[in-house]
Design a protein around this ligand. Sequence first.
Ligand SMILES: [Zn+2]
Length: 383
Amino acid sequence: MKKTLRYNYRLKPTLEQEAKLVEFGSYARGVWNLLLSENMRRYQYDKTFLFYNEMAALIKDLKQFEEFAWLKAFDSAASQQVARDLDAALKNSFNKKRLQKFPTFKVSFKQKKRHDDSFRCVNNANCIRIEKGAMSLPKIGKVPLVLHRKLASAIKTATIQMRHGKWYVSLTQEVKCKSAKKILSTLIGYDINSQLTVVGSNGWYVKNPKAFKKASGKLKQIQVQLSRRKKGSNRWHKTKSRLNTLHGKISRQRLAFAHEISCTIAKSSDIIVFEDLNVKGMQQFNGAMVNDNVMGMLTELVKYKAEVNGAVYHEIGRYVKSSGLCSCCTHEHKLGLGIREFECEKCGLVQCRDLAAAKSVANTGEKELIANGILVRALPKSQ
Ligand SMILES: [Zn+2]
């Protein structure tokens, strides 16, 4: 089985290249807005929409007119990708299951100060390639890039975007998954507590990095500072850019943490069991923690990494209780948030709250997998 994965790399464009990248991003936005307004006009006229083929033909026709000369300056494969995205967005908005809104116009950075222009090139006939630390992009040239890891396979598409003042390219590549493991002999359940410490049922644990706490303190400090500045003033802009830089740093730290941990977890056992964190988030975590999407990110990453490794990823049913259960006799306890250790009322076993929760996640997961027919029989317990 093959899986399409995204890998992000830093780009370090020269000033001229950067101007070109900004320009291309605005072209992609222009194509989107043009096609969307054309679609709206068409709908008013005869209640139909333009789909990919018609949109691609329209782009081709418009290129001949002088006022659309900018379309010629843009990479034609990239403008077709915009048409594909709009096609998908239109179709999704009619699909009642997906609950997506009708696509909207994209606004420029000048109006909204949102850095969300991006464009996607397609690798036709090896036009996108990496040579000697630089990435060749159609109509842009060789942009220096930081190749922090080798390519997994051939590049399919490259999306270029600026985030928090830095340029990134996101490459889609097809990765071959290892064949699913035939013998499933190890299972580990994981619990994430409100302090963001991850605990495995085998006793492995990792603490929430202190860097997060430190950064969020700093974040608050700058936010207060910003609120005291006169909006639009020189100093306001300065503080604003500091805030943006810090946001970028925090999001990179989180991502690095999530990747590191998820990699360890995905390799740790044949079967990996997690709780449904959406529900848990609502029940247990306070608002700030739910916003902090590191938890959701972690399970997403573990899921795909396990798949690539041929392991089984399982999330236990939504309303199965896991915290406060004795790991020995499953007697239920009501525990306050502050209690980290408890003694079982029934069998007297003194246990760590998080470890007990992880163990009960593992037990529930095992039962569910046997019921689903994925596991044939209970696994031998090794303590
Ligand atoms: Zn007990």
